[in-house]
Write a protein that binds this ligand. Structure first.
Ligand code: FDA
Length: 497
């Protein structure tokens, strides 16, 4: 409420924010979490909380009047459709050179993502977080994160037999015939639930095209893991449809946090001032960077250092499809949860997931999301005239990712005698190079903050989300974001509280 005072305020309810809330609450501290998106705990008139990819409705997008699907064409035809403006679950946030997809709601990105829960190969960790002790991460914090998130791997025998992973088996066959290492990718989806979906004994989610706009069953989002345990302490309150716009020093070492309450069409209905002894920025790489860059530039937090806004990367995301021969159908039924990948990181700088095209019809397409070692880094800056934060990512910078992804797919195409699909991202467009699902950086660890996420010029202010990670994790990022948050909050609780 307006005028309230809280010991700890956490901005955002994604991975970093949820870890902070749980551990602080367990240490006996009362925590208030502020989330701009919806609570996602109430079914719509169809009885479902979330809509699916085949029929995106008002629940799908964050304050847009038309969908902006990552895969925006099918057989060369645009598939986007009009929707009512609503505080939907997926934000397709547009900057000059890139569209950045993010989850909106209690649970952040865990609501919309594929649940792929990948720990980087240890030999790559030094490049991911150079200032962090790898022994501690691999001995303590990665195992802790994996356990709390409920990470598991598909039963290989079921993988070999189920219709819904025919597309992935085709992906495996093609990878192996070209000599690439094929790996199963762990996930937080409940694999036993998916088996029951296939058997027809439970309501379908992964097998009903649910992904991107939420999963009604089976996926363990943060609502089922960290946030459930945080709430169970009785010390964590969450305000949804509340957006933080300012944090400024207040008397006695505390901070004044300005929060806008919004309605489901995005209008501001109230503005509240809350005083917090400590504030954790956990609004995601983009959300945290935007807040800190604005607060530094507008004089609210002028002492933030010059690294704020720097070191942002797209985790090298690039998508493509391949056209298979008629004897390699990928299946009309495709689980929306990917479960395997092609690891050519060491040789070619690319890790490609075999991704679903859950259209419900046979497409003869193999579809891939590649994570590549793209070296380009962008910077957020404050545009005073426009009153907004901009990002200077250049569309042409994706060429590095395409070149790396081609180390896999040119070889497979040549071996199989196949070609790239040109109908998935436009008319005669091969590469989905206009987007990222994996924004990282903007308040990099040991640069913008100290080595534990403290904004040292302002005691009591911390960054604890993907903004800390300098642009690339070599694999999907949320396990690393979670593990790093576990490491940092343990130190902060031990030394700062
Ligand atoms: P995260 O973005 O999760 O949470 C930030 C929260 O803060 C959001 O809920 C936001 O609404 C809120 N917020 C922002 N600004 C605010 C403000 N001013 N006031 C109040 N609240 C504010 N990763 C992976 O490892 N495996 C995968 O399979 C996938 N797949 C995938 C698919 C899609 C479609 C997307 C969009 C993303 C993925 N990801 C993924 C990425 C993963 O979801 C992402 O890296 C994490 O969610 C980032 O976690 P954070 O804690 O940094 O922020």
């Amino acid at each position: 409420a307006d005028g309230a005072r809280v010991p700890v305020l956490v901005i955002g309810t994604g991975y970093g924010g949820s870890v902070a809330a749980l551990r602080l609450a367990q240490a006996g501290v009362d925590v208030h979490m502020v989330e701009m998106g919806m609570a996602w705990d109430t079914p719509g008139s169809d009885g479902k909380i979330f809509c699916n990819t085949r029929e995106p409705d008002y629940r799908s997008y964050w304050l847009r009047t038309r969908t902006k699907a990552p895969l925006n064409y099918f057989l060369g035809f645009p598939i986007d459709r009009d929707i009512p403006r609503h505080t939907g679950i997926l934000d397709a946030e547009e900057f000059g050179g890139i569209t950045v997809y993010q989850g909106r709601g209690v649970g952040g990105g865990s609501l919309v993502n594929g649940g792929m829960a990948v720990t980087p190969r240890r030999e790559n960790f030094g490049a991911v977080l150079p200032s962090v002790n790898a022994d501690e991460m691999y001995g303590v914090y990665y195992p802790r994160a994996n356990a709390e998130l409920g990470v598991g791997v598909i039963d290989p025998a079921w993988f070999d037999s189920t219709a819904c992973y025919q597309y992935a088996r085709v992906g495996r066959k093609h990878a192996q015939r070209s000599g690439f290492p094929f790996v199963f990718v762990p996930d937080v989806y409940d694999w036993n639930y998916m088996k029951q979906e296939a058997a027809g004994t439970v309501p379908k989610s992964a097998l009903a095209g649910e992904i991107l706009y939420g999963n009604n069953h089976g996926k363990k989002s943060l609502q089922q893991t960290y946030l459930a345990r945080a709430r169970a302490t009785g010390r964590v309150a969450i305000s949804s449809l509340h957006r933080v716009t300012s944090v400024t020093p207040a008397a006695g070492g505390a901070y004044t946090v300005v929060i806008e309450q919004i309605n489901t069409t995005g209008d501001v209905t109230a503005v509240k001032n809350v005083t917090a002894d400590r504030v954790f920025f956990a609004a995601g790489s983009v959300g945290t960077s935007k807040l800190l860059v604005k607060l530094k530039a507008t004089g609210a937090l002028p002492g933030l250092n010059g690294e704020i806004g720097r070191g942002w990367g797209d985790n090298g995301n690039v998508m493509c499809g391949r056209a298979n021969h008629m004897w390699d159908p990928t299946g009309a039924l495709q689980s929306s949860i990917p479960c395997c990948g092609i690891d050519n990181w060491a040789a070619g700088g690319a890790f490609a997931e075999v991704a679903p095209l859950p259209t419900g019809i046979e497409t003869y397409a193999s579809f891939y999301l590649s994570i590549t070692n793209n070296p380009n880094r962008a910077q957020f800056s404050w545009n005073a005239a426009a009153g907004k934060v901009e990002l200077n990512w250049q569309a042409a910078w994706k060429q590095a990712s395409i070149t790396m992804a081609k180390t896999i797919f040119d070889k497979i195409n040549s071996k199989e005698g196949t070609i790239y699909r040109t109908d998935l991202f436009g008319v005669y467009k091969i590469w989905g190079d206009h987007l990222t699902y994996h924004p990282l950086g903007g308040a990099v660890l040991n640069k913008a903050t100290d080595n534990y996420g403290r904004l040292t010029a302002y005691p009591g202010l911390y960054v604890i989300d993907g903004a800390l990670i300098p642009g690339n994790t070599t694999v999907n990022p949320f396990v690393t974001i979670t593990a790093l948050a576990e490491r940092n909050i343990e130190k902060i609780i031990a030394t700062d509280l």
